[in-house]
Design a protein around this ligand. Structure first.
Ligand code: MLC
Ligand code: AMP
Length: 523
């Protein structure tokens, strides 16, 4: 819950207020060396000054109120500072997955109409072309080696900046999420959504402030999604906790740094990859306090193997872009035990209900649709009031599209999804979108994209194609044609060509039959 009567509900103001008294203490330590061999460390003062300079640069552009700042850059501390600077200056941040290709980016930029786009230098040519055509006023570059026009320009700006005043319901970020049908939707998140969720997690996960002995977070996730940007960064910043910062997840390197840390957050693939390393043992994890998993189902085998190997019980939680974090297994013993295969009870202040197809409440353990309410639930989809209405029940609950059950202790178990979604390595892949690309390829009559078990990514993307009469379609040629057209994590890792797709009496493709038929494609 938000503290009452906050004079400025700007999320940055709350994060800044939580910086430790000693501004020269280390806030972020980079785990990997820059090309010049240095491994930078950033003090809290560096973060304060750096965000002030970038915020002043943005303010100097005299952008209209509510302007969107789209960012597609490699992970770096400067990219995190840019995010914070956008909040600080009172604009709206639009983080974009670095895997997105031109056709994907073109849509996001046209839809969101950002006033500023920040991209990496190597993509400036095509990104700036797209952006200027869509009416963007400024395109800056930012590279992961601390170069680029954004930093060059910000270097001339003052390092003093007064945080813009925002109301809790004002927009802070837009995250694009695809849909079962149609194009991606921009999820509008307010300062109040983000701060209320961060405050809830700070208390529920028992973050220890520096005065209480301090937590140290290993940050190894991308910073363009809810998990790495909001849950992980807000958690550490709101607590004045140091982060050990990885530009890219590398299991051996992360394991080597575990003895210096107390908190780790990852998607299940990260846990699977660390378990494959012999160096992972109890000794490596001794000072660790908390391992958190989310964004995709954590297999019970991974949960148990982790317990055996490290002596730690992973805390699994559940959330989504539209709602931020919803449920969590307990952190503190007084709140209950962590139960593998469940995502725990609703977080304090969040309401979760399970309903049947008619919207009636399900009984304990009965499977139904998961719906939610709370200060964490988003403001709606950007310029899509119709879509927004469709995703809420008549009595104001958000329909998650996940299917689950709730036990007598109110622990939620997610058993499936009513939305046609594949989650691969923590990234969402919407089959309809991939099918759209496949159906455009020469010789393809129709396609069905499914997710099947994958030992590393949890689910792997498989395409089943039907060739046009007389055409020859080759699976590997199809895969090659998709490279560079859609993000790599959406590309099918296996392609099967069949005579026809199985359909029910209504003519709908029976994806359950395909999932059964190809369930061993990666095993
Ligand atoms: C990379 N590849 C993937 C992939 N990631 N394919 C499918 N699914 C993925 N997730 C591709 C690569 O492009 C490459 O293709 C090949 O697979 C092998 O690459 P890799 O080197 O093994 O991949 P890597 O770079 O190590 O990345 C894997 C990963 C990464 C798991 C570290 O995907 C990742 O950081 N995932 C985390 C996603 C995340 O943060 N999700 C949170 C969403 S928020 P090729 O063809 O080039 O060989 C959310 C809400 C919530 O959901 O509740 O948190
Ligand atoms: P996104 O749209 O990227 O925010 O993804 C949100 C979706 O990820 C949710 O609707 C769930 O389907 C899934 N998800 C997140 N956390 C978990 C979890 N712990 N277990 C299973 N699915 C999860």
């Amino acid at each position: 819950m938000l503290p009452p009567a906050m004079p400025n509900a700007n999320l940055f103001a709350a994060l800044r207020a939580a910086f430790p008294e000693d501004l020269d203490a280390c806030a972020i330590e980079c785990a990997e060396a820059l090309p010049d061999g240095s491994t930078p460390r950033y003090s809290w003062r560096d973060i304060d000054r750096g965000t002030a300079m970038m915020a002043n640069l943005l303010s100097s552009l005299e952008l209209p109120k509510g302007s969107r700042i789209a960012v597609q850059t490699e992970k770096s501390v400067e990219a995190l500072m840019l995010y914070l600077a956008v909040l600080r200056a009172g604009y709206v941040v639009l983080p974009l997955n670095t895997a997105y290709q031109a056709s994907e980016l073109e849509y996001f930029i046209a839809n969101a109409g950002p006033a500023v786009v920040v991209c990496s230098g190597q993509h400036f040519g095509w990104v700036s072309k797209l952006a200027f055509v869509a009416g963007t006023s400024y395109v800056f570059t930012l590279n992961d080696d601390r170069t680029g026009s954004l930093l060059e320009r910000a270097a001339h700006c003052s390092d003093q900046h007064v945080v813009a005043v925002k109301r809790a319901d004002e927009l802070a970020a837009i995250l694009y999420t695809s849909g079962t049908t149609g194009r991606s939707k921009g999820v509008m998140l307010s300062h109040g959504n983000l701060l209320s969720n961060a405050l809830t997690l700070k208390s529920y996960w028992g973050w220890r402030t520096p005065a209480e002995g301090g937590d140290v977070l290993i940050h190894a996730l991308p910073i363009f999604h809810v998990h790495g940007l909001f849950v992980a960064c807000h958690g550490a910043l709101l607590n004045g906790s140091k982060m050990i910062w990885f530009g890219k997840f590398e299991p051996q390197a992360v394991i080597r740094r575990l003895p210096e840390a107390t908190v780790f957050m990852g998607v299940p693939t990260l846990y699977v990859r660390m378990l494959a390393e012999p160096a992972l043992d109890r000794e490596a994890c001794r000072p660790m306090r908390l391992f958190i998993s989310g964004s995709a189902p954590l297999l019970i085998d991974t949960f148990k193997d982790w317990q055996t190997r490290t002596g730690h019980t992973i805390l699994e939680r559940y959330g989504m872009s539209e709602t931020l974090m919803l449920t969590s297994n307990p952190c503190k013993p007084e709140n209950g035990e962590r139960v593998g295969g469940t995502v725990g009870p609703a977080l304090p202040g969040v309401q979760v209900r399970i309903v049947d197809d008619q919207g009636r409440a399900c009984a304990t353990d009965e499977i139904g649709h998961i719906q939610v309410k709370g200060p964490n639930v988003f403001n709606g989809y950007w310029r899509m009031p119709e879509k927004t209405r469709e995703e809420f029940s008549a009595d104001g609950w958000f329909k998650t599209g996940d299917v689950g059950q709730c036990d007598a202790k109110n622990y939620v178990r997610i058993v499936g999804r009513s939305k046609d979604l594949i989650i691969s390595g923590g990234y969402n892949v919407y089959p309809a979108e991939v099918e759209g690309y496949l159906n455009e390829l020469a010789g393809v009559a129709e396609s069905a994209v499914i997710g099947v078990p994958h030992p590393d990514f949890g689910e792997g993307v498989v395409a089943v194609l039907v060739a046009r009469t007389g055409a020859h379609v080759d699976g590997s040629a199809v895969m090659a044609q998709l490279k560079g057209r859609i993000a790599n994590f959406k590309q099918p890792k296996r392609v099967f060509v069949v005579a026809e797709l199985p359909r029910n009496t209504m003519g709908k493709v029976q994806k359950n039959l395909l999932r059964e038929q190809y369930k061993a494609a990666f095993i």
